[in-house]
Design a protein around this ligand. Sequence first.
Ligand code: PLP
Length: 483
Amino acid sequence: MKRENNMTLDDFRLYAHNMVDEIADYFENIENLPPKSLVKPGDILSQLPESAPEKAEDFNSIYDDFKQIIMPGITHWQHPKFMAYFPANSSYPALLGELLSSALASQCMIWDTSPAAAELEERVMQWLRDMCGLPKSWEGVIQDTASTATLAALLSAREKKSSYKINQSGFDGSEKFTVYCSEQAHSSIEKAAKIAGFGRTALRLIKTDENFAMDVNDLEQNIKRDLAEGFVPCFAVAAIGTTGSTAIDPLAAIGEICNRYGIWLHVDAAYAGTAMLLPEYRHFINGAEFVDSYVFNPHKWMFTNFDCTAYFVKDKEALVRTFEILPEYLKTKSDDVVNNYRDWGIQLGRRFRALKLWFVIRSFGIEQMQQIIRNQIKWVQNVAKQMKVHPNFEILAPVSLNLICFRLVPSIELNSEEINNINAKFLETINSDGKLYLTHTKLNGKYTIRMVAGQTYLKEYHVQEAWATILETAEQFLQTNKN
Ligand code: PLP
């Protein structure tokens, strides 16, 4: 339907009230939807007009199209049976925070452009640091993603190592800087090495042990070999919770080596960082005194919708000196007494992300957050125990938190490629009926199915039902694939 005017404030009030009700209905009924969208490539595109409308359209018809065309192509990340990848959690208070910050649409680049945003960010990052038992001397800033934070860390390490020379005059060919992370580390480190000018060949992928954690002997040997060949070891990343299997690198031993060789140590705890809310898991970060920078994503497991990455640094000066830039139009009287977060990362413009984090932390409270995370870990580990004794399943990595890496083991003799193919087919079968969504990785060349149960409103019965679906599908699958 065509109309002459844009949406009025009265229209907005009406539509927004209605939409909030429908969002609540969506959450109430989410379990009736398939967690993974079942559309085929091109299904959505073919329903969208090739050119934009010349005339204003009525919002009712736009919203109808959202329901008819867009919703079927949505994968429901907040569905409790979305047990794929890692979660990207939301929660009701986070959503309200996001709604308000969208309404204010503040541009939080400097203190002056929204003092409350800067000061709230400063305070919630202190809260978060203390809630997770991180060193009191660290200071934090909210970034958009862990990838951005890791790039910021690498750039800071590069500048510190070169006495801030590369920022000034670029690489002159004499800096043969090297970067270290385990072969299980996240691809964002390779991306950062490429973007920061180190190059892919400067990246050393360190071997892992039988638990997929970094082998510190191999780390030290690589460093020694690099030094002997004239390279300058600059940056190392320890993973607390790898993407593949939530493997935990031995932080204290890595830290001791980095300290000895003057290497910047960055911790990637993008997913598992939330588990630091629980004192019983804080041994994962023994050795934090050696750490220069640390990233974790409240937008993964800590109930705060994407995007919201917590980035902590030991030496704020190294960060700010790396990114500081002060054109005349951004100079203010308060520059010396406040945090101007434009200097704490790559982008100038920044969203007001602290608001949703504040809403989440206050609405849940530390105790309830701890209870939720603790329960989720317990429920998943109960399934892992049952899987371990089942003759048709094999667990392929330690279940350190709430992720199980497993595969189906047919009773008949098959070679490794055949087992991989069977498992790929098995995963496809699980996902095809719209009850559950799991994804895969490869560990030691073995096709590995990952089940991670960490949705905000997850209940124990969801985890048990997921296990029942896996069992049932396995029985039918093994029957039909006997030969
Ligand atoms: N590091 C780890 C261990 C991850 O699992 C992920 C994503 O899953 C990332 C980094 C990248 O996170 P982001 O999407 O916030 O850049």
